[in-house]
Each structure stands twice: as structure tokens, then as C-alpha cells.
Design a binder for this molecule. Structure first.
Ligand code: DGJ
Length: 346
């Protein structure tokens, strides 16, 4: 090959590489929800946001969840310590399309130098949820804050000026002097916010109106599903009614989901049954509810978010996101191997 040819070959291979590179980068874009598969963020790392919840703010979705890093610590029956990972903090991702998520960092980090702090790695931090307070302009995070033996049963609150933090930890307490484990928060159309939490040793679900700044319980609360042992609450509003998806209490192992409906958010709640359909619907597709997110801009479109826990390797627990379909007032969550938001256009 003469010098001329070599130069032309070099230029051509450069052009081919330049053309191929963006194609291969585009190939990494997520184009569908694939429940149970490893779901990579825009950097190509598995999304790490367990027991999470979403917030839609100014055209962007934010996904907050337990950033479970490292080895799972197996139960130690001598100390009653349960399956857990060290607390790393709460991770945050952002997205415009609900499929492709950019890692925004650990927005509430663990506190490594104080063994007594709620956020010390030796403790447990679960099910963080963030709501925006229009009056104060603050982003408020509520989470389940635990000891390694799960006896603390408290709610922790943190506040930020931006959806991507940093969140400043405000402390923990038992809301309404009652135990608080699995939990979520929900903002109603009138701006009032409520915490739903499994209380009384997980036997009864409390619904607690928060103060106007969303930082504390207001003192008004109701006891619901008394002695029915429901956890993993996920709340949404459809057609003027309130719906709560929840699981039974079987630790990290799956069980059958239930959905309940109420005309008024503080109750009375009526259980309707299992909304899941398809293979393994009686085991919630081997997953557990964590949040229900309305798809902004689409009518009657909601996504149910579940965690498929891997109790011996909690970091590798997977996400199961499925459409919530509403037809003639009936709500179903059908299994799909793969789906897109176009399912709501039919
Ligand atoms: C089930 C809860 O839903 C999870 O968040 C976690 O607390 C596990 N139990 C612990 O066993």
C-alpha cells in the first residue's frame, strides 16, 4: 500500500469510527420497561434506588431510593439483627422520559463518624420519599429510620432547597407516638400532605396529616386496616377517589398484593382485592410495592413501582415497574415482559 492509500484508509477508518460511536452510544438508551432486568442509568451503571419513590418537578422526574451498596449482612439471631446492607444514603436519579435516568448523586449521605447517628452505616434506612412544599419552596424527604434489630421503628425527615439536594437531616421520631416502619407520603390536590405508615408492630396502617410545612405530624391521624398487617403502602388518586396498594408482612419474601379504595383520604378504606394479573400475580410477580406515579401528560396513566428483593444480595434487588390500567372503574396491574408508555394510548 503506498503512502497515499494509507492516508486515505486512515481518514476513512476515522470517519467510520466517528459515525459508529454515536450509534453504539445510542444503543445503550433504554427504549422500554423490562421488569426484573438490570436497569442501567445513563452512565451504564445499574440503578441503585430501592424502596423508592418519584417526584415530578418542573418537567423532570426524580427517583429517590435506598442506595444499597456492598455486602448484605445476614441475620444474626443472637442480636436479632436482620438482613441489611450498611447505610450509604439516599440516591437520586433524574429523567424526562421515565426510562433513562441520570445519577444525581447521594442526596442524603450516611454519617460515618457518629455511631449514634440515625444515618450511621450500622443502622437501617428504608423507603425514602420526597415531596415538594409549594408554600415553603422546600423539598421534604420522609424515610423509615431503623436500628439494625428493627426495634427503633421511627420516621426520619430531611429538607433541601433543590430536588437534587443536599438534604439536611432534621432527626427522627415516632409520629403520633406510634411505631413507624414501611411508609410513604402523598400530597393531595389541595396541598395537604399525609404520611402512610405501618404501625403497632406492622399490624395497623396509620394515615397522618402533616403540618403545613410537611415537617411533622399535625396530630390528626386515623388507624386503618386494623390488625390486617399491611405494609409497603403506595398511594394514588384516580377519578376523585384514593387508592392504596400494599403488601402483606413477610419480610423480604413476596406475598399477594392488595388494593384498597377510599372516598376520603383519612378513611374509611375498603379492600378491593389483588390488582395484579398474569403469571405469579399471587406473589406480586415476586416483588413488593413501593410507589405509584402518575404519568404526566397522559390521561388515567399510572406506573406501579415494585421492588423484587434479593434478600441475600440486597444491592442486586431489581425493579418491577408495570402499568396500572383503569377500565370501567376497575384497576388492574397486568404483567408485561416488556412495555412502553404507548400502552396508555390504546
Ligand atoms: C419488608 C419491608 O417492606 C421492607 O422495606 C423491609 O423493611 C423488609 N420488610 C425487612 O425485612
Amino acid at each position: 500500500m503506498n503512502r497515499h492509500c494509507r492516508i486515505i484508509k486512515c481518514i476513512l477508518s476515522g470517519v467510520v469510527c466517528a459515525l459508529l460511536l454515536p450509534v453504539s452510544m445510542q444503543a445503550q438508551k433504554n427504549t422500554a420497561f423490562i421488569p426484573g432486568q438490570v436497569w442501567n442509568d445513563t452512565d451504564g451503571n445499574p440503578i441503585n434506588a430501592h424502596g423508592g419513590g418519584l417526584l415530578y418537578h418542573n418537567g423532570t422526574y426524580y427517583w429517590y431510593g435506598e442506595y444499597k451498596k456492598g455486602k448484605t449482612i445476614l441475620p444474626d439471631w443472637a442480636t436479632w439483627e436482620c438482613y441489611r446492607t450498611d447505610v450509604t444514603g439516599v440516591g437520586c436519579y433524574s429523567s424526562k422520559d421515565l426510562l433513562n435516568w441520570k445519577f444525581e448523586g447521594i442526596v442524603l449521605p450516611a454519617v460515618k463518624d457518629d455511631p449514634n447517628h440515625d444515618l450511621h452505616p450500622s443502622k437501617v434506612l428504608e423507603r425514602p420519599k420526597v415531596i415538594f412544599n409549594k408554600k415553603t419552596g422546600k423539598f421534604v424527604m420522609w424515610a423509615h429510620v431503623e436500628s439494625a434489630d428493627y426495634s427503633k421503628a421511627c420516621a426520619g425527615v430531611a429538607v433541601a432547597d433543590s430536588p437534587v439536594g443536599p438534604f439536611v437531616y432534621q432527626g427522627s421520631f415516632r409520629p403520633n407516638n406510634a411505631m413507624s416502619r414501611d411508609q410513604t407520603v402523598f400530597v393531595d390536590d389541595d396541598g395537604r400532605a399525609y404520611q402512610f405508615y405501618s404501625s403497632e408492630n406492622n399490624e395497623t396502617m396509620y394515615i397522618s396529616l402533616l403540618t403545613d410545612d410537611y415537617l411533622k405530624p399535625s396530630g390528626r391521624f386515623t388507624r386503618n386496616f386494623v390488625k390486617e398487617s399491611r405494609e409497603a403502602p403506595a398511594v394514588f388518586k384516580y377519578n376523585g377517589k384514593y387508592y392504596m396498594l400494599s403488601s402483606g408482612c413477610t419480610g423480604w419474601d413476596p406475598n399477594v398484593a392488595e388494593i384498597a379504595v377510599a372516598d376520603s383520604i383519612m378513611g374509611t378504606w375498603k379492600t378491593i382485592g389483588n390488582p395484579c394479573t398474569g403469571p405469579d400475580a399471587d406473589k406480586t410477580f415476586y416483588a413488593q410495592s413501593t410507589y405509584v406515579q402518575p404519568v404526566i401528560g397522559k390521561k388515567d396513566a399510572y406506573i406501579a413501582m415494585f421492588d423484587r428483593w434479593k434478600k441475600k444480595d440486597l444491592e442486586d434487588s431489581r425493579y418491577v415497574w408495570l402499568p396500572v390500567l383503569v377500565k370501567d372503574g376497575k384497576i388492574t396491574i397486568p404483567w408485561h415482559e416488556k412495555w412502553t408508555l404507548s400502552i396508555f394510548d390504546k
